[in-house]
Design a protein. Structure first.
Length: 653
């Protein structure tokens, strides 16, 4: 969805724009019938998405400043102010002029990312390649962090208008996530390394089906998104999250089983690319539009090549994991498949290795198996894809030969030899093919994908006595330290405590260190339960929630003692009779210094952390005292004359 001059449209403009989409589709049908598409060359390409992080390894909303610094057409915005996108040029795939296309892709990626890092560092930020940034918090996903681009705001309004309500995300992995969010910024949690593969019109059906089949095993060895909002979920959580983040289905449509805008598909492609466009136009309403002056049929009649701008814009609001695309290169129209499955990172070398596996399989799989739709049930391909996203290399796949394989078995014994054959038969330099596919082979043999490295690193930090968010900052710090060394992820040592990190960056707001695994009671619970809980787990404060999850108040040990002193037994009293119904609260974005001052001035021992009407955490006097002591110790170490960088504790007279 490359156009930026788009907007939310009213019913009249929607009808006009829909007619433009239909005219473009009619023109595309004529072009296919007349055989005007480029067919004598194969090109590949890629698009790199990335995160901006600050010195504390947290999202840095500096995209507009960094883009201004770069001043390059190779870079553009993504949805959030903490995302960037870089676009690589198309490369001829194989043959005399494209033998080294993979090596050139790696070189160009490193060049672009070097430019992005240099520009970011001028604004106290850095670049990180990962599918989902582990330190993202729900408070980072407010509309204020959406890039100031009309297209994004129009899309957000249009989807919310259709859904008539917020988005709900429920995911289970090692942990469980259940959140409700009021905008499409959940999509900005995801960054990818998208691959492009040009296909002639007469081979598009077979190649598109091939892309669908190979997406699962290629993803299984490339997973790099296991953590979302501090929860360990799927090996590639992007896959599930993206569907939720722009899901425009109403309750009735969900009940009927209507497919989501983010989709793997519902069947094989049978006859032509037109099937996909027709299905998407029929299923998914136009969300946004732009003024389109072109009459595509008139352009064709005059011997020209139409832009098909309306069809391309609508296609950009339907997010198939393998998206069909129309484009024009050097004045000639072409068709391509855009694979959106792979996450960003962990390194450029890993990304290009994943690309080599995908391109090699695309070049060879139909020669070996023919059209996958003739030998495989589509539901098996779809099931393989979900399994890969959930389990990574621990997945099992039903393959084209009807057998079931473990992911490592299929990749090592079948797919890597097939990809090698595909690359070399198309004229890709033999040493390049061996190098990139060798990276995949060693990664699979070691079992250390980007996702597994992250999870294993976190597991090793659990005894370090640091907050969960602190461990995630160490994880991102370790990722940054290794990402630019040139060593692929299977050679990385696990991340651990980072003594070079300025820990103060991780304690600027309450949300960065609040306690989230907390005990709660409800207003109608007997006070005996509160007394018992306080005794069992040695706590002084217990938040109170309504049955629907809304925050209700607080009950503390002092209230219990006063009650008992009056001789009233706890079994005759409910929580609602003694709790504070309107306690002081803070939000996750409240500055630590503000929370500390409020607790000091009001004599509070605890502050519940509330977002909207929901309790999301708690911060105690002890936690803030520990923080103040740590800061004072840091300042004492700076008595050599270097001033402390950050002051979190307010001075008192």
């Amino acid at each position: 969805m490359g156009q930026l001059d788009v907007a939310e449209i009213d019913q009249h403009k929607m009808r006009t724009f829909t007619r433009r989409v239909l005219a473009d589709l009619q023109a595309l049908e004529l072009m296919l019938a007349e055989g005007v598409f480029e067919k004598d060359v194969r090109r590949v390409g890629a698009e790199q998405e990335m995160f901006l992080v600050d010195r504390g390894n947290q999202p840095a909303p500096k995209a507009m400043e960094v883009l201004a610094e770069l001043n390059s057409s190779a870079f553009t915005t993504e949805l959030a102010r903490f995302n960037l996108e870089a676009n690589l040029p198309p490369y001829v795939f194989g043959g005399a002029s494209g033998a080294f296309c993979l090596r050139q892709m790696e070189t160009d990626l490193n060049t672009l990312l070097g430019q992005a890092r240099a520009a970011a560092q001028k604004h106290a930020a850095d670049i990180v390649l990962t599918g989902i940034l582990p330190t993202l918090k729900l408070s980072d996903l407010g509309i204020e962090n959406m890039c100031p681009v009309p297209r994004y705001h129009a899309l957000n309004k249009a989807i919310l208008k259709l859904t008539r309500g917020p988005f709900r995300v429920r995911l289970k992995g090692t942990d469980e996530l259940d959140i409700i969010h009021d905008n499409v910024m959940l999509e900005s949690c995801n960054t990818s390394f998208q691959l492009r593969f040009q296909a002639a019109a007469n081979e598009f059906v077979e190649l598109y089906n091939a892309a669908q089949v190979i997406s699962a095993p290629v993803l299984a060895c490339a997973v790099n998104s296991p953590i979302l909002l501090e929860k360990r979920l799927w090996q590639e959580t992007r896959i599930a999250l993206f569907q939720h983040s722009v899901d425009d289905r109403t309750g009735a449509e969900l009940a009927r089983g209507r497919q989501a805008r983010v989709r793997f598909g519902s069947d094989w492609l049978r006859h032509s690319i037109l099937e996909i466009f027709r299905d998407d136009i029929a299923r998914f309403r136009v969300l946004i539009g732009t003024d389109v002056e072109e009459d595509p049929l008139a352009v064709l009649k005059a011997g020209g090549i139409p832009q098909l701008a309306a069809l391309r814009l609508h296609n950009g609001t339907v997010y198939r994991w393998n998206r069909p695309c129309y484009g024009i290169q050097d004045g000639k129209p072409h068709l391509r498949i855009e694979n959106r499955v792979l996450p960003a990172g962990p390194t450029v070398l890993d990304e290009v290795a994943n690309g080599a596996l995908f391109f090699g399989l695309m070049a060879a799989i139909t020669d070996t198996y023919g059209d996958p739709s003739k030998v495989m049930n589509f539901d098996d391909a779809a099931g393989n894809f979900v399994s890969a996203a959930r389990l990574g290399l621990k997945a099992h796949f039903t393959w084209l030969d009807g057998r079931t394989y473990t992911a490592p078995e299929l990749i090592l014994n079948t797919l890597l030899p097939l990809a090698s054959q595909g690359l070399k038969s198309r004229g890709i330099d033999s040493s390049d093919a061996d190098r990139y596919l060798g990276v995949v082979e060693e990664r699979v043999k070691s079992g250390q994908t980007g996702a597994q490295w992250s999870l294993s690193s976190l597991a090793g930090m659990r005894q370090k006595g640091v907050t969960p968010h602190g461990r995630l900052r160490w994880l991102v710090s370790g990722l940054r330290a290794r990402q630019w060394t040139g060593q692929p992820v299977h050679k990385w040592t696990l991340a651990g405590e980072d003594p070079s990190e300025d820990w103060r960056h991780g304690y600027r707001t309450v949300g960065q260190f609040m306690l989230q695994d907390i005990y709660t009671v409800q207003p109608d619970d007997p006070l005996d339960l509160v007394i018992s809980m306080m005794d069992w787990v040695k706590i002084r404060y217990i938040p109170v929630e309504h049955p629907d999850g809304r925050f209700a108040g607080m009950v503390d040990l002092g209230q219990m003692l006063r009650l008992l002193a009056r001789g009233r037994p706890g079994n005759e009293v409910t929580v609602s009779e003694v709790m504070d119904h309107a306690p002081a609260t803070v939000t996750p974005g409240t500055a630590t210094v503000e929370a500390l001052a409020r607790m000091r001035d009001q004599g509070l021992g605890c502050l519940p952390v509330v977002q909207g009407e929901m309790l999301v955490g708690i911060v105690t006097k002890k936690a803030l005292l520990d923080l103040a002591i740590q800061l004072m110790e840091d300042q004492l170490r700076d008595l050599d004359g270097k001033p402390a960088e950050t002051t979190l504790v307010p001075s008192t007279p």
